[in-house]
Design a protein around this ligand. Structure first.
Ligand code: SF4
Length: 268
């Protein structure tokens, strides 16, 4: 076998044998000398430690997922809890006056595949304190399942504003602006592989194009803080207008292709 084809173990074994042979020759030579001086003692030496020094054991590369949970991970969760606690008492905009609950976010908060950003909590969300739990939320779950995503496993869901706008109106620009500090920090802590913006308030805010229409924004990839981001219509809008199903499905397939996910799970 060529030396270049040998494994580390084979190289070390061959080296040990060669050193042993050399040692035996030396001992034989010494025997002759010792016999001459009336002394005969054979002490076979162990060369494994010398061989280990010359050809050390191959160490497997440490993969990131093999690393034990460290201080950074602890800080991540502590910071998310601290941020959530901060939001729970927030009075930065007038939406605090009418809310029942602050709807901070839900799902996988540690590097999920997708972070979904919607508009704002509706009536059910305000009551339960969780985003996307009403009819539109159940529809969103079907979209996610169609591309093998799930809020329980690999998706984090939140909104541009954490408090419900009265009568489900669109959040005002100053409300989105006031709440953006929370959203920015959520993105920075969660570090998703991709962001999916649902509806005009989230899409215009995250792309920084306040005047753009959903027709212009949907289906295109943008970057937010170096994270790829795609915009599509809000599930509530699709429930009102089934003609939007086709473009939404096309947008979801683009996202799935980028993430290397299956798209055989159905359609929007
Ligand atoms: S919407 Fe955001 S900024 Fe306004 S009160 Fe609620 S948490 Fe604070």
């Amino acid at each position: 076998m060529e030396r270049s084809e040998m494994t580390v173990d084979q190289k070390r074994e061959a080296l040990e044998k060669a050193l042993d042979r050399t040692d035996m020759l030396m001992e034989d030579f010494l025997d002759v000398l010792r016999q001459d001086f009336g002394e005969k003692k054979r002490n076979h030496r162990d060369f494994s430690s010398a061989a280990q020094k010359i050809v050390p054991d191959e160490k497997p590369e440490e993969k990131p997922e093999d690393k034990p949970v460290g201080k950074d991970d602890e800080r991540l969760h502590m910071s998310m809890s601290a941020l959530s606690a901060d939001a729970s008492g927030c009075t930065r905009c007038c939406l605090c006056r009418t809310r029942k609950n602050v709807v901070f976010g839900t799902g996988c908060s540690d590097r999920p595949l997708v972070m979904v950003i919607g508009e704002g909590p509706g009536e059910n969300e305000d009551i339960q304190g969780l985003p996307f739990v009403g009819k539109a939320g159940q529809y969103l779950d079907r979209w996610l399942a169609a591309i093998t995503l799930s809020r329980d496993k690999n998706v984090y869901i939140t909104n541009t504003v954490k408090c419900r706008p009265p009568q489900n109106r669109d959040p005002y620009p100053e409300e989105k602006e006031a709440c953006f500090a929370f959203l920015k920090q959520q993105v920075a802590l969660i570090r998703p592989s991709a962001i999916l913006c649902l509806g005009k308030p989230a899409s215009t805010l995250m792309t920084g194009q306040p005047e753009a229409s959903m027709n212009a924004l949907h289906g295109k990839f943008f970057f937010y803080d170096s994270i790829p981001m795609i915009c599509t219509y809000h599930p509530a809008a699709v429930l009102r207008d089934p003609a939007l199903k086709r473009p939404v499905w096309d947008d979801l397939k683009k996202l799935a292709r980028y993430l290397g996910l299956e798209t055989g799970g159905g359609k929007a």
